[in-house]
Design a protein around this ligand. Sequence first.
Ligand code: F3S
Length: 755
Amino acid sequence: MAFDIDMIKKVYGQYEERINAARKVVNKPLTLSEKILYAHLWDGNATEAYERGSSYVDFTPDRVAMQDATAQMALLQFMQAGRPKVAVPSTVHCDHLIQARDGAAEDLTRAKNESSEVFNFLSSVSNKYGIGFWKPGAGIIHQVVLENYAFPGGMMIGTDSHTVNAGGLGMVAIGVGGADACDVMAGLPWELKFPKLIGVKLTGKLSGWSSPKDVILKVAGILTVKGGTGAIVEYFGEGAESLSCTGKGTICNMGAEIGATTSTFGYDESMERYLRATDRAEVADAANTIKEHLTADPEVYADPEQYFDQLIEINLTELEPSLNGPFTPDLYTPVSRMREEADKNGWPVKVEWGLIGSCTNSSYEDLARAASIAQQAIDKGLVTKAEFGINPGSEQVRYTADRDGLLKTFEELNATIFTNACGPCIGMWDRAGADKQEKNTIVHSFNRNFAKRADGNPNTFAFVTSPEMVAAIAISGDLGFNPVTDTLTNRDGEEVKLDPPTGDELPNKGFAVEDAGYQAPAVDGSDLEVDVSPTSDRLQLLEPFAAWEGTDLTGLKLLIKAKGKCTTDHISMAGPWLKYRGHLDNISNNMLIGAVNYFNDQTDSVKNQLTGEYEAVPATQRAYKAGGIGSIVVGDENYGEGSSREHAAMEPRHLGVRAVLVKSFARIHETNLKKQGMLALTFVDKDDYDKIQEDDIVDILGLTEFAPNKSLTLVLHHADGSQDEISVNHTYNAQQIEWFKAGGALNIIRKKQAA
Ligand code: F3S
């Protein structure tokens, strides 16, 4: 499994000098987040102080982690770079493609059959390029990363939004798109807007039914789903030190639900205990040598208001267990108010399912605390009223929990133990009866509870809570049940009360596992072949995109003038399309099918200028491509917001769209377009959006003198013979102009590699 101690020691070896350099330019005490960021500058020692929330900075992440759904395109792109091996330690984790239905063994066998070609591809490409491969059933990416790779003060990127989980072990860990992962694996810098900083001071100590989950549920209630956008949330205070390492992971994990760039905690004894318990004493010893740099300067926590952009204070002693939902993770309800809120809002109180698992809450401690409730139910003669499902976070957690009798306890309560995988959390749940779309309530320990997320039923009211609360509520079958105050009637008709949960933070007898599910890469993979069948409909090797032809672009047809919101979901839908994530041509059949056509207010219906008929967007674009005709997409404000999904840029590129012209871009999407060799342009005068007509033919002039800060000219040839000339801006720097000329950033890497 090989955590890379040499790499960690190298990072720690640079810390002191880099932090001293940062302190000099920033000229004030540093937060932990700043220390980690400045210690990972691509250019080495800091020479200037970056402005939070506005400076774009190049970083050197220490690791890359990828899950099976997103790894496919990341690795297909990496193969294009022509590098023999990844430049930084990287891992792939097969966790998203396993559906929960019958139980771990059957479900895993079925998934291996259904997705064998994807798993084989990921395994062979990992083997060839020096990437650690975690097989299906090995566990959920973020639990496995926390157990094996995360280290205090490190910086990691991962192709999954809950990569942030590794903040529980003191990292700055950030979710990115596959294109960014590909760059870092190819040895390129990774750019990030220097984040703002939100401090969360935790005082007091948790007790009774309250858990780390309740901390983040409370924070989500305060900050809402957008409140953390562009910021790192840094937790500190005596309360922070009292939490277990995996509990800190839970809190950081759900930082994704408040939009935070990431969240982190300073290095402390809980992290040291966790490192030693997970066989990483060497990492703990190394961290101890630079302890003072793995937390903020003392002045910061003494007077946090001065150093954070926003400060929140939570007293853990007063924190109540709570449930967030339905349909959004920031709708906070303390358990004492749940019955009243449910009655008021018409939320169904009968609970049908209790689910424990997901990267948020699937640690040993989580299972132990929930099992302590299950054991009480057995001892006190209670039966579960709701159905009960468990996804352990990793094979190591599962094996240890099994050895210690925790799983048996759940099974005695008729729980189904599902695979060590995401399962219902990502909608990979074949829930009996969900297709009837009946109104019902479930409680789970996951992080997200948007409509349809777990079972596809828009009428499932899902509430997020701690594993121990899931257990208690599943046993009661009642959303309004408050285990702190309420009693339950057992099978002898007696009123019994559940005692607060207990459970070891770490297994008393240590962790154990027979086969963790890890495949180490070949030492020299140069002669190895990567498995991709040319007839596969799920995987397709990428061909390099063509270089710019060296002239202005003329005669482009307008493909669509998108109206209003056009997120990456509108451009490249998820849902059933997920299975084509590794096949660019097939997934391109979803290109822009969610965008609203300005001219008819419909989705997936645009005028094909060759036939005059209204047709689907991908079909229309394929007709242009077949005719060797380029096209242009026009959009509104914040075009491409949402995720960093690179498919949203690759699909138009693949189908022959040459430029995207909008009022404004979401920056990540804009960069993705540039990386793929597209022209990403903005109106100088936003009112020019109104000049675009349905039958327009467009010329883009000035490309032979394409230069930073120099606008380009567009000529719009209208159907009535008139024309408009408009100016458009771009944000390409010199390097990005080279990407455009080469036909994409990867073409440049490959050329350099070949040279
Ligand atoms: Fe998997 Fe759900 Fe986490 S999909 S990675 S368990 S958020």
